[in-house]
Design a binder for this molecule. Structure first.
Ligand code: SF4
Length: 214
């Protein structure tokens, strides 16, 4: 495993990410906390593009738990059948909507414990909602963040929880809110799994990866 980069190097890495993209955004489309939660739940083992295609027609008619229940399981299933695991995801969204109405007045709760108690909502999904909607410096470590954190030395760790903790411990405070998006986008478009685009990478002089693709 590569070493943990020191604080001044991390500060410079995130300064560059910030300079290149001051307001990074999720590529998932949503209109409120509820549609964000649904979109993230649907995105497990699916691409953001695929989810956006399905939700383009869904969210205009079902952007609250009440409207989702009115649409019903069959109606929802029809809308999302192009997404992997759609049957189980549809059941989870319906059950989740019932719980949001029964326990939270139809609102999305802002605590990790409450979110992860919802059907189909794991720690990663909860962290995305806490970060993107509620502005909390939570780290949703997906496959991209895990790879980039380990390759570069930004936050090495043997599993996603270790990487999540290393990011929270080491990313300079002023960059914590957006770190999640910068790292996802960097992993998706530059530091790709098979052929990282090291020659075009803005942090290649700071990255510790020994097998750079230059
Ligand atoms: S230099 Fe290469 S391995 Fe390092 S972060 Fe950039 S793309 Fe990834």
């Amino acid at each position: 495993m590569v070493a943990q980069l020191d604080y001044s190097t991390l500060r410079e890495i995130f300064r560059r990410f910030h300079e290149a993209d001051p307001e990074p955004r999720s590529e998932l489309r949503y209109t409120n906390a509820y549609t964000l939660l649904v979109a993230v739940l649907l995105s497990a083992q699916a691409t953001d593009v695929g989810v956006n295609k399905a939700t383009r027609d869904l969210f205009p008619i079902a952007d609250t738990p009440q409207k989702m229940l009115a649409l019903g399981l069959e109606g929802l299933t029809e809308h999302i059948r192009t997404i992997g695991l759609y049957r189980q995801k549809a059941k989870n969204v319906i059950r989740m909507s019932e719980i949001l109405i029964a326990c939270y007045g139809g609102e999305v709760p802002d605590s990790r414990a409450a979110l992860t108690a919802l059907p189909g909502v794991g720690r990663k999904t909860a962290n995305v909602v806490l970060n993107v909607w509620f502005g909390q410096p939570a780290m949703a470590v997906d496959t991209h963040i895990f790879r980039v954190s380990n390759r570069t030395g930004i936050a090495p760790g043997k599993d996603v929880l270790a990487v999540e903790q290393a990011l929270l411990d080491h990313v300079p405070a002023r960059y914590l809110l957006h770190a999640h998006h910068w790292l996802i986008l960097h992993g998706r478009y530059v530091c790709k799994a098979r052929k990282p685009r090291c020659a075009a990478c803005i942090i290649r002089d700071l990255c510790l990866y020994e097998e750079k693709n230059l």
